[in-house]
Design a protein around this ligand. Structure first.
Ligand code: ARG
Length: 263
């Protein structure tokens, strides 16, 4: 092979490699973290939004809504079951496409991620032992009690605030990695109350004897999917899918399947 042909060939090779590299780096233009997949980060210890069923499959309201969204987008839903307080950071760093975990839209979280249109609402509630001296929020906030929460949740954020800001302060908050672990601590008397979203609260109270929910709802919240701030296209597509699922009744029927309407 003469030198010129060789040189031409190697130039072509470099060209092909460069093209190949460009093809890789267009990754940032693709809709999701992995082509064809919608990677959902959740923390599946939060019934009825996400939990492990008897066959250890992850199921629940969020899973079904995310599946319906993925179907509309022609993507395969992949679920990653992780610590709740690592979800936002993982969405932000581009590890997951969505955080879908009964996640409340908050001003603070909006600094790190975008949120879809809300698809459900929650209320913070207080679980205590049946014979507890805590009968209302004011007693809970009096400064005499230890409150168990799931780490990084809004229950944690509200309770960790100082007394002036409506909490009991960091020192009186015990953080657990799962909501149910906080409930176990309540049953063994390690904490005096648990602050958590009302639907999981009801599931935990139903599953354990000797617990009740104070009938003072604590804070109303909107649940939405967290999406990376740089991925407006995915956010728009998710919102369009949610709007369709809202108007054709799919979201309501998924929610009603898990939360029988209170009449
Ligand atoms: N709604 C609360 C929050 O956003 C609690 C969510 C906890 N979700 C879960 N899958 N463990 O902070």
């Amino acid at each position: 092979m003469n030198k010129i042909v060789k040189r031409l060939l190697s130039t072509a090779l470099i060209g092909a490699l460069t093209l190949g590299m460009c093809a890789c780096s267009t990754k940032s233009n693709s809709l999701t973290v992995e082509d064809g997949k919608l990677i959902m980060a959740t923390n599946a210890f939060f019934p009825p939004y996400e939990y492990h069923d008897d066959n250890d499959a992850i199921t629940g309201i969020d899973v079904e809504i995310a599946q319906a969204v993925a179907d509309k987008l022609g993507l395969e839903l992949v679920i990653e079951d992780v610590e709740f307080d690592s979800i936002i950071a993982g969405v932000q760093s581009g590890k997951y496409d969505i955080g879908c975990a009964g996640m409340t839209v908050t001003e603070d979280r909006l600094k790190s991620v975008n949120f879809s249109t809300p698809y459900a609402t929650g209320i913070q509630s207080v679980i205590v032992a049946d014979d507890s001296a805590i009968t209302d929020i004011d007693t809970l906030l009096s400064g005499d009690y230890i409150v168990g929460v799931q780490s990084g949740t809004t229950g944690d954020i509200y309770m960790s605030a100082s007394a002036e800001d409506g909490g009991v302060g960091e020192d009186r908050v015990d953080r657990y990695s799962k909501g149910n672990d906080a409930v176990v601590a309540l049953m063994s008397g390690k904490v005096d109350a648990v602050v958590i979203d009302n639907q999981p609260a009801q599931a935990f109270v139903a599953a354990n004897d000797g617990l009740k929910i104070l009938d003072t709802p604590y804070a109303q919240e909107d649940y939405a999917m967290a999406v990376n701030k740089d991925n407006e296209e995915l956010l728009d597509k998710i919102n369009a899918a949610l709007a369709e699922l809202q108007s054709d009744g799919t979201i309501d029927s998924i929610i009603n399947k898990y939360i029988p309407a209170q009449s």
